[in-house]
Design a protein around this ligand. Structure first.
Ligand SMILES: [Cu+2]
Length: 64
């Protein structure tokens, strides 16, 4: 699944986003595109769970 993360602007953001998703699914695979501000996530978690985990870490994400 793919998400747009508006405030993911640098590698440090990617680290935070990755950690937030790994906290709900340690087996998740995350591929981030910083210029596009998108992430491709391979996870067994629901899109809603990913969105909530990112929101809790201060990153507003929307499934695209
Ligand atoms: Cu950043």
């Amino acid at each position: 699944m793919r998400f747009h993360v508006q405030t993911m602007t640098c590698g440090n953001c990617v680290k935070h986003v990755t950690e937030a998703i790994m906290a709900i699914d340690p087996g998740a695979k995350i591929d981030a595109d910083i210029p596009a501000r998108t992430i491709d996530v391979a996870t067994s978690a629901s899109p809603e769970a990913v969105t909530q985990a990112l929101a809790a870490d201060g990153y507003e994400a929307s499934a695209i």
